[in-house]
Design a protein. Sequence first.
Length: 208
Amino acid sequence: TIEAFELALSMGVGGIETDVCLSADGVPVLFHDRRTPDGHEVSAVSRRVLSDLVGYPVPNLDDLERLIVRSAKHTLWNLEVKQPEALDATLALVNRQRGSAHFLITSFWHTVVLDAAERTGIDCGLLMCHRPLPFFGLPEWLGTNPNIRTMVWDYETVDAALIAEATGCGLSSFVYGAVTPSDHRQVAAWGVDGVITDRPEFALSLSA
């Protein structure tokens, strides 16, 4: 929710990560899960119905843009594109605010990431839910676009060696999926560039 983002920013986080997908009525909503609580695809219900099902007003990109406008310019806004169909609306927001905010576009759809990098020239990153083979230079699957230089790794499949490989060839590394305080300490020990977490207090306590 926007209220959760506001609370996180008030705690001193360096950025906000959120997911963008389209509801059935074509609204770019900020929603993580692919399905609603009653099992429908999010893309098959309207924003109003989705809000009724989850019990709170599901925010959209317009709500996020108003928060971006009134937030610190150094805040990183990591927009994860959940569906290729949500990319155009995401890029429209980025293009409106790119001069006054810092963005990172990510997706498990790597073709979407390449499209975003080529159309905007802003920082983009590949979300990874698996562990690739060892690499000691930029891997071929990364592509050649210079704006794709961020990897977002799953905590379950990453370790210090993989982070070191990425760092060694000039890539930035973010990690998602850390849950416990010890998970967050481990991620910090690897020297990552950022952790995407539902428990910002665990991450912030490491830099206190």
